[in-house]
Design a protein. Structure first.
Length: 731
């Protein structure tokens, strides 16, 4: 559940030729067009199980429906419900820009590949548009009929222009005159002015005006400027949509003309283009130029206010080239991403109780006034971190900052996929390089929608003297790795961090992730080899304690699943538990089906997309699928196996998706100690406990929220973990 910002619409036409010899621009969704899946053995290939995979796109819509159900949940703090409405909107924007755009491109290109679910692209697109329309109407109704009245009861009012009193209207008139009017640019449509380009995700007013002398009607477009607050504060926690303020003062934009009507509308475009590189030296320049083109993608959705005039709508549909099914008529206001600002109001009484992450007990200094000494702590024991319950700033961030300042540190090596705008991680790496340390940074500049920021970080790091590498040609570097090489009295020691989440201090306070800080020699040796693979010509693909995609994650997990089948057949303890963001890879799913048919108990905790059909007789009777959403975004990946009575667990960056297993560098690390395996096992125990609130997946693909038999509240996983960490802190 993310909220992104996107670059503006400028650049070359989207149908230009290749950027450079050896480089070509291809849509990211092209990579997700998989050939029809055929299992390695034919036990599941018959017609009996031909529908064994749920559709990934509809599964994603069901995920966003679960987000919407949180906004509808009256037991949640009110401003958190408003935030979930904003998250739902942001999620759906990205879904249309990427997944719907990909389906449309395949249809236009005649790529009629049947999905693993059995749907052809046109069938899938029709289901998606119908399902999205239902959810968008439900989203709007939740806002207008549920959240708005509840906010009003708490003294927070989101009103329309007609609700303003005279003083508020005067204040808005002054605001318009002094600040908004100078920014606005009306764009007329007539023989001398073609229909203007409408940038993706921008909010616009379609204005109908008339010349009183000729009585001829004209159309104009006014873009609602994104650099003003979406909901204009009126004082006393009252707010009015910015487009209402503009709409009431359109006469100033069109003097001498009659303003007949104004309707808000919004366009979503295909904005997911990637560079497929054959020449890594040209990658940075190629991607920069591609970013200039992104906003010229074709429209995939048109949102309009339900009150829009029919002939204005006809003009928009004609000029934008969208189909009737891609037009969504909704009650205003449109674009509820701005509810993030409302959710940020200083009303702690309407939010989740504040939680301040604490330093992990194994890192905490003996004296509270002393800084954390990560190297000293790791000299005693490895540390398994669980964010945001354990502080990121006093663990991972401190690890890198201490390494940058430590004169005994010789080198730092790190991967960067996403980080924050004012990243202390970047600052630490710059400081390390400037102090003479060897610093290698694998920067993934193709991280979707973070490309521009990552280009800036890459240049800043290069200027500081860091060795910056853009990963392997044709692969995204998605793994989360950091290694510090330190000269100590007994020789060189390597300190390593392997995580499930990005090196981003801001998201580390909102995303649930695990990370292992370790000096384990075998793990350190593996990670050192992997960094050499990423930065040089080494192609060592053999590791002891890690699995690395695209070489060994899928095959390694399949082997672990098969081992559980063998344990079960031999009468030894056998069980599989997986926690991930998504699972759609058919090979892994089929192996889980085989394990289920053999009688192995399987529990899957999947936050987002799930193509597994649980509970199908003869196929998946022992498979149970749950999903947990809450104040934190469940982001960690855990692969836990009973292993004949000696449980083993892996954590890392890989989800069970084609892109992760085939087109990204991903790493899973085997937790080296029984205590660490037990720690993640306890989290899984609580997650799958019937008394813990969750959603459960049925074999028909529907999700239902769990309830207790007597109607009493179920346990909230994240609240329970917060309470446990607080108790541990007080001991």
């Amino acid at each position: 559940m993310t909220s992104e910002s996107f670059p503006s619409n400028v650049g070359a036409p989207a149908d230009e030729g290749p950027l450079d010899p050896g480089l070509r621009v291809v849509p990211a969704d092209t990579f997700d067009v998989e050939p029809p899946y055929e299992p390695a053995v034919d036990d599941l290939a018959g017609s009996e199980f031909k529908d064994r995979f749920l559709d990934r796109e509809m599964s994603w819509l069901h995920f966003n429906q679960r987000v919407l159900e949180l906004a509808e949940d009256e037991t949640l703090p009110l401003l958190e419900r408003a935030r979930f409405l904003a998250i739902f909107a942001s999620n759906l924007d990205e879904f249309f820009m990427v997944r719907v755009a990909g389906l449309k491109r395949r249809i236009a290109a005649g790529v009629a590949v049947r999905a693993a679910s059995g749907l052809m692209p046109r069938e899938g697109l029709a289901q998606i548009l119908a399902g999205a329309a239902d959810l968008m109407r439900r989203h709007a109704a939740t806002f207008s009929d549920g959240v708005i009245p509840s906010l009003r009861e708490q003294g927070i009012e989101l009103v329309r222009w007609s609700d303003l009193d005279r003083d508020e209207q005067k204040a808005c008139k002054k605001l318009f005159k002094d600040r908004i009017f100078p920014v606005l640019t009306p764009l007329a449509v007539d023989p001398a002015h073609p229909f203007p380009y409408i940038s993706g995700l921008s909010l616009n007013l379609a204005v109908l005006i008339r010349n009183p002398e000729t009585t001829k009607e004209h159309f104009a477009r006014v873009k609602v400027p994104p650099n003003f607050e979406r909901f204009v504060p009126l004082g006393n926690q009252r707010f009015v949509p910015l487009e209402d303020v503009i709409g009431e003062h359109l006469k100033r934009l069109f003097p001498g003309m009659e303003v007949l009507a104004a309707h808000t509308f919004r366009v979503t475009r295909n904005e997911d283009l990637e560079v497929e590189e054959d020449d890594a030296e040209n990658l940075l320049k190629a991607l920069e130029r591609e970013l200039l083109r992104r906003k010229f993608g074709p429209p995939v959705r048109l949102e309009v206010e339900e009150s829009i005039d029919s002939h204005v709508l006809e003009l928009l549909v004609s000029e934008l080239g969208v189909s009737e099914a891609e037009v969504f008529r909704l009650p205003g206001p449109l674009d509820l991403r701005g509810l993030h600002d409302i959710a940020d109001l200083d009303r702690q009484d309407l939010k989740y109780a504040a939680y301040l992450p604490a330093t992990h007990t194994m890192l905490a200094p003996v004296e509270s006034s002393s800084p954390v000494d990560v190297f000293k702590a790791l000299g005693r024991s490895d540390v398994l971190l669980h964010h945001p319950y354990d502080s990121f700033s006093t663990s991972v961030q401190r690890f890198l900052e201490q390494a940058a300042a430590d004169p005994h540190v010789l080198a730092i090596k790190q991967t960067l996929y996403r980080t924050s705008g004012d990243s202390p991680i970047i600052d630490a790496l710059v400081d390390a390089a400037e102090s003479g340390k060897q610093v290698l940074v694998i920067v993934e500049i193709k991280a979707r929608f973070d490309e521009q920021a990552n280009i800036r970080w890459a240049r800043k790091l290069e200027h500081a003297g860091c060795h910056v590498v853009y990963g392997l040609v044709g692969l995204k570097t998605h793994c989360k790795l950091a290694m510090v090489v330190r000269d100590e009295p007994d020789g060189i020691r390597r300190y390593t961090h392997i995580g499930t989440g990005n090196y981003n201090p801001k998201t580390a306070r909102m995303y649930e992730d695990f990370g292992l800080l370790t000096t384990d020699p075998a793990i350190s040796e593996d990670i050192a080899h992997l960094f050499n693979n990423l930065s040089g010509w080494s192609r060592n693909a053999s590791y002891e304690q890690i699995m690395v995609a695209p070489d060994s994650v899928r095959s390694g997990l399949v082997n672990c699943i098969r081992a559980e089948i063998e344990h079960h057949a031999a009468g030894r303890p056998a069980r599989i538990r997986i926690k991930a963001n998504s699972i759609v890879d058919e090979a892994v799913i089929d192996e889980l089906y085989r394990a289920s048919r053999a009688g192995v108990p399987i529990e899957l905790l999947i936050r987002g997309i799930c193509a597994v059909r649980p509970g199908v007789p003869g196929l998946s009777e022992t498979i149970r699928v749950r999903s947990i959403l809450g104040r934190y975004l469940e982001h960690s990946r855990i692969f836990w196996f009973e292993n004949g009575g000696e449980p083993a667990a892996w954590i890392g960056s890989a989800d069970m998706m084609h892109r992760n297993l085939d087109r990204r560098v991903e790493v899973l690390v085997k937790l080296p100690s029984a205590s660490e395996v037990e720690q993640v096992g306890r989290v899984l125990d609580l997650s799958f406990d019937p008394g813990t609130s969750a959603w459960e997946l049925s074999s028909d693909g529907t999700w239902s929220r769990t309830t207790s038999p007597d109607g009493s509240p179920l346990v909230d996983l994240q609240d329970t973990l917060i309470a446990a960490h607080r108790r541990h802190r007080l001991k």
